[in-house]
Design a protein around this ligand. Structure first.
Ligand SMILES: CC(C)(COP(=O)(O)OP(=O)(O)OC[C@H]1O[C@@H](n2cnc3c(N)ncnc32)[C@H](O)[C@@H]1OP(=O)(O)O)[C@@H](O)C(=O)NCCC(=O)NCCS
Length: 333
């Protein structure tokens, strides 16, 4: 029997309408467009406005695009995985809420939290369900409403993040394409450098935690920066070597979008040209679990069947990894 591979058959994404530009941020905190552009590479980011709107609402819009493009009906979906660090609620899982809002009734669904590496972890998990034959149509979603956990009085973090959702549909194929391999890693030594101090079981919400502004992203940027570059480059090079892909044979590197300097340094260490790297951080900032599917969505018309693509990310945990994909279809079919 031929091996069953998991292939991506469609991509969808959604960004909210409201654009928060560097100029507006410079009126909120002591920062400048010049500092943000040169140190991070971001010009603007999207913010989800509206009472009662959460991560699930953006994810639903991303998945609707997949349904429309592929003529898939909700009852065909048999698994929904949502990678997020900003769930609608601590429970139930945001994937359950997305499924309900989309009328997906024949699937099991769950959330997965691996910080900014969430989409990679979710894609790998979804692929295993397909490869084992256990599931046939799997939605893998990366969605985050980072504005809900961003402290807009802290200039060191509030310039970095934005809101967005992206999703892919995974299906089985006997063709020699799809999710070929993955290297996923984590090391909890890094948990103190990028985390939320309160709101979980160790330190439940209280007047004190709110007064101390402990329900926001806390980051030691320098530490995270150093590890992000070396870890993303190391695993990307490792997976290329393992599959004998030379830099010239790589069609695209799709890196997590946290800082343009991190992306450039990673590409340089991998020996690849900037033209081979998807970068849209200037428009959206760091949307955590959504950055990679949002890139795939924006570049989908340029993707060709057989393209060698490497996805790589680094995030809270620390978590990091790389996934090697052989793209399964031409352009925007
Ligand atoms: C956050 C980050 C952009 C900060 O850039 P940096 O060059 O390391 O900047 P530093 O933290 O060293 O700060 C340098 C100076 O700029 C200041 N600064 C920080 N944010 C600023 C802002 N928005 N505007 C103006 N000045 C700012 C600092 O206060 C510091 O001033 P000082 O030297 O007087 O103390 C960068 O460290 C980074 O991208 N880290 C990794 C992020 C990441 O990958 N996350 C991964 C997953 S989410």
């Amino acid at each position: 029997m031929k091996k069953v591979n998991a292939i991506i058959t469609a991509v969808g994404a959604y960004v909210p309408d409201y654009i928060l530009r560097n100029d507006e941020l410079s009126r909120m905190v002591d920062t400048t467009d010049e500092w943000i552009s040169s140190r991070v590479g971001i010009k603007e980011r999207r913010i989800l406005k509206g009472e009662g709107k959460g991560t699930s609402d953006m994810a639903v819009e991303a998945v609707k695009k997949i349904f429309a493009k592929t003529n898939t009906s909700p009852d065909e979906i048999d698994l929904v995985i949502c990678a997020t660090s900003t769930p609608d609620h601590i429970f139930p899982a945001t994937a359950n809420i997305i499924s309900d809002k989309l009328d997906i009734r024949n699937a099991h669904s769950f959330d997965l939290n691996a910080g900014c590496s969430g989409f990679l972890y979710a894609l790998d998990t979804g692929a295993r369900f397909i490869e084992s034959g256990a599931r046939k149509k799997v939605l893998v979603i990366g969605a985050d409403k980072m504005s809900s956990i961003t402290d807009y009085t802290d200039r060191t973090t509030c310039v970095l993040f934005g809101d967005a959702a992206g999703a892919v549909l995974l299906e089985p194929s006997e063709e020699d394409s799809g999710i070929v391999d993955s290297i996923l890693q984590s090391d909890g030594f890094g948990r103190v450098y990028l985390h939320m101090k309160a709101g979980g079981s160790v330190k439940p919400p209280s007047h004190e935690t709110i007064n101390n502004r402990e329900h926001f992203v806390y980051q030691d940027g320098k530490h995270v920066f150093k590890h992000a570059v070396s870890k993303m480059a190391d695993v990307s090079v490792e997976i290329m070597k393992k599959h004998n892909i030379s830099p010239e044979e790589l069609a695209w590197l799709v890196p997590h979008q946290a800082n343009k300097r991190i992306i450039n340094a990673t590409a340089e260490r991998m020996g690849i040209d900037k033209k081979q790297v998807m970068v849209n951080i200037e428009k959206y900032g760091n949307t955590t679990s959504a950055t990679i599917p949002l890139c795939l969505y924006e570049w989908q018309n340029q993707l060709k069947k057989g393209d060698n693509i490497i996805l790589t990310a680094f995030g809270a945990g620390f978590t990091w990894g790389a996934i090697y994909i052989k793209w399964a279809y031409d352009g925007d079919k």
